[in-house]
Design a protein around this ligand. Structure first.
Ligand SMILES: Nc1ncnc2c1ncn2[C@@H]1O[C@H](COP(=O)(O)OP(=O)(O)O)[C@@H](O)[C@H]1O
Ligand SMILES: [Mg+2]
Length: 244
């Protein structure tokens, strides 16, 4: 069971859109995928037409490893794709994880580790006890970056934070919300590869289809599979799959 996280210190950079679309692509490739919505705002849960609710004992039991995961995990309308929904009480998650050993998130999934090939985490923004657990649990951090100065600055801050804590989890940044007509975007993207050799080269364009995911409550594969954004997510997934 491999684990990836969509993570950034910043909000509004496309973590959730990317988590849902990459999970859909991965499930289409035949992998058994679990998408875990760690953000109490529950956008991923909403996109997959579920309700934010942790059945089988709530967040506390989940963290303690005593939840009935068969009840907590929900199916979705896509084959091979399941969802571990967010919960309004997910705000408590940070507190409950306090003082826990590293890789707790991975250990929480142990009872179902044979049922999934890939787990994708959709994370809330910010550095917290939860994010430290994410760093220690996953095989790589997928970091969406908008090609603007501030967004690229937070990527550097994240790398500095990981280096300072001696965390070796690889960072795989990629560009989202790319508008090639904007000079600033063009300029920000030049030289990125030299600075971030591990970056993923597929760029996700700014696209109204992505915004419409909220209307359709579905990943792009389900309602706009031939749009540029859907193709970009497929290319991004294939690049990621090649590294796993
Ligand atoms: N490629 C894109 N093109 C256009 N809008 C996007 C794109 N990616 C995300 N968005 C929109 O930007 C907003 C923030 O995206 P979201 O994925 O929720 O970010 P995060 O999870 O990092 O906070 C949402 O309204 C979403 O619909
Ligand atoms: Mg989000």
């Amino acid at each position: 069971m491999q684990m990836l996280a969509l993570y950034s210190i910043k909000g509004g950079v496309g973590k959730t859109a990317s988590a849902v679309n990459l999970a859909a692509q991965a499930s289409l490739s035949g992998r058994r995928v679990l998408l875990w919505d760690l953000d109490p705002q529950a956008a991923t849960t909403f996109y997959l037409r579920n309700k934010p609710r942790i059945r089988g004992g709530g967040v506390e039991k989940l963290v303690k490893g005593k939840a009935t995961l068969e009840k907590t995990i929900r199916g979705t309308e896509l084959d091979h794709l399941d969802l571990l929904p967010a919960s309004p009480e997910a705000r408590d998650m940070d507190m409950l994880l306090e003082g826990r050993k590293a890789s707790r998130l991975r250990k929480m999934l142990k009872p179902v580790s044979n049922d999934y090939d890939l787990v994708i985490l959709d994370c809330p923004p910010g550095l917290s006890t939860l994010s430290e657990q994410v760093f220690s649990s996953v095989d790589a951090l997928l970091v969406p970056v908008v090609p603007t100065t501030l967004s690229m600055r937070t990527l550097t801050q994240l790398q500095q934070h990981l280096d300072g804590e001696h965390i070796t989890t690889p960072l795989w940044p990629f560009f989202t919300l790319v508008d090639r007509r904007r000079n600033l975007h063009q300029e920000s993207m030049t030289g990125f590869h030299e600075q971030w050799p591990a970056r993923l080269s597929a760029n996700i364009p700014y696209a109204s289809a992505v915004e419409q995911m909220g209307v359709h409550q579905a990943p792009l594969t389900q309602f706009a599979p031939r749009t540029a954004a859907a193709v970009a997510y497929r290319n991004l997934w294939e690049e990621i799959a090649g590294r796993l």
